[in-house]
Design a protein around this ligand. Structure first.
Ligand code: GLA
Length: 727
């Protein structure tokens, strides 16, 4: 990785593992984007600019060059940070209302620094390390400024960007929009790929050609949400899994966000985004800074697969806790689908007894252990063990589980409160709401106002009390509704539109004080399934419950889509009972295990009903998982085929290409003579591999070109697994 400044041409060359990012400061003082793509030499790229000014070009302010080639406004160029009010009519990244009421800025080059390491973004999660360029931009009239941060890495093909805005004037200004970045792209022939979804159907793939004007995805939920993941990719035409150019934009942010493209009639495209400016206004006092969330920009010329591997490497090496990211994960039994709220201590003991010796090593006690909590109508906020239900308290079950040689995990939903709870009765104003208005109920609960320090202190105290009192090795941190009535009791009316971002900062604060302050407890994230699966949450939680839908067939879509951005090891995936509780579908145990083993695996069903035969089968499944878990934790992922096809495969390959595993999946059974051939991917073409299931040694190049003809068991929703060992 390196960052070089070529003074004569005022060009910056940033280099990551295999990528270059190039921009320069033009004669008007604007930072002008030139290139993001495969690594190239330090050639001068000014020839790539538009041949001349557009017909209706506005000049830079105050410069009418009267017949000579005018100094054009930013509108004519590819911006590094588009701003508003001075001739650029495309989507700006920033807009502020100045003390006099004007809303324009002209952000000109004002120096730069090159740092060996990126400093953390105050109060927000972000990627670690990496050489960093800080580009200082200033408005010479009003003193408003922006520092643009660019970080490159020598081990992955991403560049991390964010902006810090600065009020250099003498009075408060109102930030109306404060995005993290802009980036100009050559041409307009892109497809946008986004991940949409819903509860039990998260991160499905949408692809659509960009049209002229603005294309936008966002969240207004004070959470990243299941509806649209905070991620956008732009694809060159005809991009496939392994061919074509892809530029990915992933926000390390867990609140209301926006990502946009703006295609101008001159054929250029601007990408921008960050904190959603809908319902946003921030009072920025004189001398104050405003830091924005990081955007991780990935580039691949190896299709979507290349982009995914860039993100997986970046998140594993620089985002997820290094203590856990590559260590074997707890292989757990979770009691939720076995009992829901209706468990007894004896039932939990029976569930624990049944898993002893099967390879399952952790029992997670889900919702219902605290306060008065026999349904979702009461108890949230009261984090004291329900001694009746637990027959004596938490120690009874924890000691029992430990005696059995298992670890113990516990469910929390720290951000929430039920109306029927001691916490709400004592502090109704702790729940988000607008005075004299009713609150929306969702799952019969309200969201606590994390923008208030006293509310955060109460959450941290009550959760940490439990974690410090009992020997708990694992926590599942849930979040089961979104914010409505965004308003904070007692906050200045001028500052109410700061709410959504302040909630994110509050969430990060309690995560620091609970998750990071208990480093020996393994934390899993959750949000009604995968409703808050984003990089900011991955910074705190090495794995996240991917979806409440544990049906293997539906999970192929969910896990395929999720894997576009997020590493397999971050996806929590469980084997559950059939008929499946969410879909009513029946799939074989083998299929359920093969799909659940494509992530951080576990089981979620009533094990006390297991026969000896089932226990034996689970023992074999967990042994198989443990033997290949390094591929899940550290390997490269190749998706073979298309998720909308009848058959496709997930391929996991060791970084040194010595081992691989191909999990082939067929949705619908067909008459026996249907021949499906799936081409293997990711091997070293020059190496020989022993394919255990075929009993053959075959060349990597052969496997790539000829492929595998999977022998699926008869029936629908079947898997066939192949393993490859270098010979
Ligand atoms: C959410 C989670 C589930 C379970 C329940 C408990 O729906 O996604 O896994 O923990 O809450 O109420």
């Amino acid at each position: 990785m390196s960052i070089t400044y070529h003074q004569p041409s005022r060009t910056f060359y940033l280099e990551g593992k295999d990528i270059s990012y190039v921009f320069f400061i033009n004669h008007a003082g604007y930072a002008e984007h030139l290139y993001l793509g495969e690594k190239i030499p330090h050639d001068l790229l000014l020839f790539t600019r538009a041949a001349g000014p557009g017909a209706a070009c506005a000049t830079v302010p105050g410069r009418d060059d009267q017949g000579k080639v005018p100094l054009c406004s930013y509108h004519e160029f590819s911006p590094e940070l588009a701003f508003f009010g001075t001739g650029d009519f495309r989507e700006p990244a920033v807009q502020a209302t100045m003390p006099a009421g004007d809303r324009l800025t002209e952000l000109l080059y004002d120096g730069h620094e090159i740092l060996p390491e990126k400093p953390p973004i105050p109060g927000m999660p972000s990627l670690s390390g990496g050489a960093t360029l800080v580009l200082h931009l200033r408005d010479r009239v009003n003193g408003f400024g922006a520092d643009l941060y660019y970080t490159v890495y020598d081990d992955c093909n991403v560049i991390a960007r964010h902006a810090v805005y600065h009020n250099g004037g003498r009075e408060t200004v109102t930030l109306r929009r404060a995005y993290s970045f802009s980036m100009g792209m050559p041409g307009h022939a892109y497809e946008a790929l986004t991940l949409f979804g819903t509860w039990a159907g998260e991160r499905q793939i949408d692809r659509t050609p960009l049209h002229h004007g603005v294309f936008s995805i966002d969240s207004k939920r004070t959470s990243s949400s299941a509806l649209l993941n905070p991620f956008l990719a732009l694809l060159s035409p005809h991009t496939t899994e392994e061919t074509g150019e892809v530029w990915g934009f992933s926000l390390v942010y867990s609140s209301s966000y926006v990502l946009k493209t703006d295609v101008a009639p001159n054929g250029s495209t601007v990408v921008t985004g960050g904190i959603n400016d809908f319902d946003f206004a921030w009072q920025l006092e004189a001398g104050a800074d405003f830091a924005t969330p990081e955007t991780v920009i990935a580039y691949s010329n190896r299709g979507l697969g290349g982009m995914s591997r860039a993100y997986h490497d970046a998140f594993r090496e620089h985002l997820i806790s290094q203590k856990y990211v590559k260590t074997p994960r707890p292989l757990l039994i979770n009691n939720w689908e076995a009992t829901y709220f209706k468990f007894t201590c004896q039932k939990l003991k029976d569930i624990a007894d049944a898993v002893v010796g099967t390879g399952i090593d952790t029992l997670v006690l889900d919702d219902g252990w605290f306060g008065v909590r026999d349904s979702d109508r009461s108890g949230l906020g009261d984090w004291t063990p329900n001694t009746d239900k637990l027959e004596g308290g938490l120690s009874t079950i924890i000691d029992y589980v430990h005696e059995k040689g298992l670890k113990f995990g516990l469910w929390f939903e720290p951000e929430m409160v039920n109306e029927d709870s001691d916490l709400f009765r004592a502090h109704p104003d702790y729940a988000i709401g607008v005075p004299d208005r009713g609150r929306c109920y969702s799952r019969h609960q309200f969201v606590l106002d994390l923008t208030r320090p006293e509310v955060r202190d109460e959450i941290v105290r009550s959760v940490n009390d439990i974690l410090h009192t009992y020997p708990i090795e694992y926590v599942k941190w849930d979040y089961n509704r979104n914010v409505t009535e965004s308003f904070s009791f007692g906050r200045d009316p001028q500052r109410q539109a700061e709410f959504a971002h302040r909630y994110a900062l509050g969430l990060y604060d309690i995560c620091e004080r609970i998750v990071r302050a208990n480093p020996d407890v393994f934390f899993e994230g959750c949000a009604s399934g995968g409703g808050r699966f984003d990089p900011a949450m991955l910074y705190y939680f090495p794995q996240i419950w991917t979806s409440d839908n544990s049906d293997a067939e539906d999970r192929t879509f969910i896990q395929w889509g999720t894997s576009l951005v997020y590493p397999l090891s971050s996806m929590s995936c469980h084997v559950s009972v059939c008929p499946n509780h969410q879909t009513g579908r029946t799939t074989s145990y083998a299929t359920r295990a093969d799909i659940a083993h494509l992530g951080a695996t576990g089981y979620e069903l009533d094990t006390s009903a297991w026969t000896e035969e089932e226990k034996e089968m689970v023992r074999a499944q967990t042994a198989d998982y443990r033997a290949m878990q390094d591929l899940v934790l550290e390997g490269d992922l190749f998706r073979v085929g298309n998720i909308s096809d009848n058959a496709f495969a997930f391929v996991l390959v060791a970084k040194d290409k010595s081992r691989a595993r191909m999990v082939c999946y067929r949705r619908m059974g067909r008459p026996s003579n249907e021949i499906i051939r799936l081409k293997m991917a990711g091997l070293d073409p020059t190496k020989q591999y022993y394919v255990k299931e075929l009993g053959l040694i075959l060349g990597g190049r052969t496997l790539h070109n000829v492929g595998i003809v999977p022998k699926f068991p008869k029936g629908d929703f079947s898997t066939a697994v192949y393993t490859f060992e270098e010979k």
